[in-house]
Design a protein. Sequence first.
Length: 538
Amino acid sequence: MARSWRLRIGFMLAGLLLLLAACSNSGSNSEGKNAGAAATLTPTAAASTGGDTAASSGEKVLKVRFYDDPAGFDPATIFRIENENIAFNIYSGLTTYDSESGKIIPDLAESWETDDNRTWTFHLRKGVQWQKGYGEFTSADVVYSYNRIKDPAAASPYAAEFGNIASIEAPDAYTVVIKLKTPDGNFLHQVANYHQGQIVKKEVIEKYGDQAKWNPVGTGPFEVEKIDPSSEIVLVRHEGYYQGPAPIQKIIFSIIKDEATATIALQNGEVDVVMRSNVEENLDTLEKAGFKMNHVDNYAASLKVFNLNNPILAKKEVRQAWAYAVDFQAIAEGLSPRLQTAAKSILMDWMEGYSENTAQYAYDPDKAKELLAKAGYPNGFTIKQDGSSASGVTEQMQLEQEYLKAVGINLEFDLVDTPTYNQKRNDGDFEVSGRLLPAVNPDTILFSYLHPDNIAPKGMNGARYDNPELTKTLEAARAETDPDKRSQLYEKVQQIVMDDLPYLPTYNSNVYWPSKPNVDGIVINKLAQVNFYGVDIK
């Protein structure tokens, strides 16, 4: 049966591709006509067609495709990778990540020490300046920022990341002492330049209130000049940045949602960089034309989130049946082999504590039907999956739907605008949804998804999963100071969760940011972020 189904997916893919080709060749499709003309441009020609004003004035302006509606840039509530790329370049944390290695390196804290992984003392840089004339950064800013994340009034989905903090003190203007309730050898990740770790200015938050997300002010290399949620985001370099001004004076993020249009914009020189190009054919076209194919492989896993409050999904056999019913590897190979592979775990294989000794769900529709019958659904059931109207019902979603239909599961899609989709996921207001959480620290992923303190809407545990054995093991891993013992505990956590399956790993993703040949320094880290401080135009 597996062979016949693989033949079926081949026919389905062929049909979909023919349909897409017919649409793109339609004479009424202006994008199709533009695509044909654009294909004649070489990267060198494309580079010369854009930025003429900037070149003549001597100002280096980088034009970047931004692929969705911006949702705001407040670290307490920020969501989605495209928004995080902006925030990553505006704000700073006590620590940050080296783009190449992913290792923790100093940022606003030039050094730190701890004797027991329970009390952490951070020594701050002196003379660091806030953007837009807000003065010098001090320890008071750290205390305010982190207490704000913990405050229920902020409604931060990242509050549980600081749930282990017992106290935050500032003995002087350049020292911060954070005491934890239990030891945490990974605490430097919690205060890094990512989500809750990003430092904000109290006066800015109080001045703008609920509009602070559209008026971000940080200490990073770039500051906001303009935000138009319907068209563009403009950043200019922070002249007072503590490492010195960036080579690029201005970055214009143009909102281009359509992938084909983004490809044409790069070919025509209308943008210099495409943030996240995720259509194989477009990547092939750009690579053949000589554009740079900046990318990071295997950076994060997409998860199917099952709401365990739903009486159908509350049954483990149903969740396992879903896993057996879909051939995720065949879909990945058929649709986007350079962009994704089938995922095998909630963690990535390069992370500390990754285990291959977990339950595996090879494609087996007969096993899926057997489990559905055991769960009391021999004739299947109907269930809804949330999605974003900006992405629509993708080919990937359609193929998964067909696989599920073959075993009796009728999957329907409920598409809403992106802000509503994000809010529904944060609130846990869905039957089935999706998540992708980039992280370097395995503890970030495991606690975010699995700990009961993070059950939505308090955190990212949208499955509402609460397993006392797993929670005890996870907390022991966080407190363990021996790296080998900590890894063993992480492996046990993975074994439990891959059997319970409140989250179904589906695809591991690769990320591509194609650019003109004259753009240097685009390094995509394991959070799918680019530090634009290191980017230059030849």
